[in-house]
Design a protein around this ligand. Structure first.
Ligand SMILES: NC(=O)c1ccc[n+]([C@@H]2O[C@H](COP(=O)([O-])OP(=O)(O)OC[C@H]3O[C@@H](n4cnc5c(N)ncnc54)[C@H](OP(=O)(O)O)[C@@H]3O)[C@@H](O)[C@H]2O)c1
Length: 319
């Protein structure tokens, strides 16, 4: 296969990023992956990916250390900025330091390093949470790329992760406008699907807890789910398609928690599922029409669930 050029993936050892690295290697790219501690065992899965020994190089870099990012990005045609803290719970003792700084300042550091290295295109991973928390959006209207989460609303409801992603994406948009750097932003909703890494990331924990926790009662809210492998494909499309621009919502299936549990129970009757459900909040209906027009497609939900559970078992996380 012809070589596709050199690209950098930030936070390469994370859940979503590992799938991005795997996809890029399979397509013939040379990949520079940034990790915070290259010798850490938690990145060992990356070295086992097909073509990793020839085409993957890991760089020690922190989002808050500009020079470390410059070394990883130098010589790259493109960058996938995936790294950003994703807390496992909504309780974040010091949101400014734990979330806001690495998300916002980290994104700006990456973008500045891209300008310096004359990168042709940057794909920034934002989030459905940068889209959906907007109390002024007309009730019942499907949310598209023109909808932005309200930062004041995120602040007053102490939704710090949502605030960090909204602020980071806003800054990325502003930076692109000012500098002329080609930045495409992709906003995935809840990402599930098999894990490549050996540790549990925050979104996989949502599914693992549904199977193991035995909640007395759970809110029957809507969740919007997308498979990590389909997110990786979306990011590649956003990078490779010349016409890609602006923002893309990346979501596949909208399902109520209770229906999700019933789907799981029909395949795996023996897990410790929630016992009761309470009435859920208003629908979070987001549309990925724009991404589909770019050529994106997604797999059925059942495949995502079955492959996720298989991978948790293989990792020894689930019996
Ligand atoms: N999973 C979802 O449901 C979901 C949905 C929408 C958007 N996203 C976005 O997708 C991206 C990846 O998330 P994920 O689910 O794959 O989570 P993850 O597995 O926790 O990955 C987060 C990555 O960010 C890196 N990171 C955090 N702070 C850093 C810092 N200061 N310097 C360098 N790297 C840092 C982590 O590096 P270490 O390995 O060193 O800790 C890790 O690789 C994030 O931007 C997230 O907001 C995720």
């Amino acid at each position: 296969m012809a070589e596709k050029g050199k690209v950098c993936v930030t936070g390469a050892g994370g859940y979503v990023a590992s799938w991005v690295v795997k996809l890029l290697l399979s397509k013939g790219y040379i990949v520079h992956g940034t990790v915070r501690e290259p010798s850490d065992e938690k990145y060992s899965h990356l070295k086992k990916l097909e073509k990793a020994s020839e085409n993957l190089k890991l760089f020690k870099a922190d989002l808050l250390e500009y020079n470390t990012l410059c070394s990883a990005i130098a010589g790259c045609d493109g960058v996938f900025h995936v790294a950003s803290p994703v807390p496992p719970t909504t309780v974040v003792p010091n949101p400014e330091v734990e979330l806001m700084e690495p998300a916002v300042k980290g994104t700006l550091n990456v973008l500045k390093a891209c300008t310096e290295a004359k990168v042709k295109r940057v794909v920034v991973v934002s989030s459905g949470y940068a889209v959906m928390r907007n109390p002024r959006w007309p009730k019942g209207k499907v949310k598209d790329e023109t909808c932005w989460s309200d930062k004041e609303y995120c602040r007053t409801t102490e939704n710090w992760y949502c605030l960090s992603k909204t602020e980071a994406e806003t800054e990325a948009l502003e930076y692109a406008k000012k500098s002329g750097l080609d930045v495409v932003r992709v906003c995935p909703t809840l990402v599930l699907g098999p894990i490549l890494q050996s540790t549990i990331n925050a979104s996989s924990l949502v599914l693992i807890k549904l199977l193991k926790e035995g909640y007395e009662s759970l809110e029957n809210k809507h969740r919007m789910i997308v498979d990590a492998r389909d997110v990786a494909e979306a990011l590649l499309l956003a990078y490779e398609q010349p016409e890609a621009e602006g923002r893309y919502i990346c979501t596949a299936h909208m399902i109520k928690m209770q229906d999700l549990v019933e789907n799981l129970r029909s395949i795996y009757p023996y897990y410790n599922y929630p016992k009761n459900f309470t009435e859920g909040e208003e629908t979070e209906n987001l549309s990925s029409e724009k991404l589909q027009r770019l050529g994106w497609n997604y797999r059925p939900l059942e495949e995502t669930l079955v492959d996720s559970i298989k991978s948790y078992k293989e990792a020894g996380i689930l019996d």
